[in-house]
Design a protein around this ligand. Sequence first.
Ligand code: ADP
Ligand code: MG
Length: 253
Amino acid sequence: MPDDAIVEVEGIGKTYPGGVEALRNVNLAFPRGKLSTLLGPSGCGKTTLLKIIAGLIPHNAGEVRVNGEKIQGPGPERAFVFQDFALMPWATVLRNVAFGLELRGVPRAQRETTARRYIAEMGLSGFEASHPNQLSGGMRQRVGLARALAVDADIILMDEPFSSVDEQTRRKFQEDLLDLLRHRRKTVIFVTHSIEEAAYLSDQIALLSPRPGTVSKIIRPNVDHGRSADEIRRDRNYLDTVDEIWQILKQYV
Ligand code: ADP
Ligand code: MG
């Protein structure tokens, strides 16, 4: 395993009660400060693997190490952004963003100050007292992201976070996420089923094959994010990566 790996997954196997074998012998290293993607068709075990890394569900074989230590459950260095953002519909934006800190026992005044800062950073100032059903899908997404950032975890685990927003909003979020990596040196483990999204965002892509889910290939796109989004999407490297992934994934269609 490379020594700059912040998360290491070794020999992970998972069979759900009832007998579905979701993962078999998954081995992966996630480099610190980089964005790694789990990519594969629906049902190949992406969410299962992410939840195991988060410590949210048990596994049957192998181990996950964070900073070299075997995990025993969830931890403050890992924040999980759910597919549907898992916002509390009865709570205000402020409380939703502060919720991760509330769970960690941070006093109210302090957590609200922090939450307001991330609300502003996500362009949601003025909506602190609104409820999720008063916001657009894109705004709810930003509330979910603000909540994950507010706990200041080093590792952010994101399960298809942009799947329910329109394409324009999705591209805006992709830029926000890349900015986040540039400026805060977070490690992101990102789940998507979009080949283009994976090729565009990732430093490393783990392709998963289904039944049972296992790593079929690791791809390192080597896209230069110093250039504009439009330039990247016309770049040979990027287009070749998209094609390379498609040639593998089309076997599972
Ligand atoms: P993905 O996120 O890649 O779509 P999942 O991790 O959700 O895949 O699911 C992997 C496999 O495990 C699928 O066959 C799915 O039906 C099964 N599975 C997921 N969650 C459960 C569960 N709670 N109980 C039983 N089987 C499950
Ligand atoms: Mg999933």
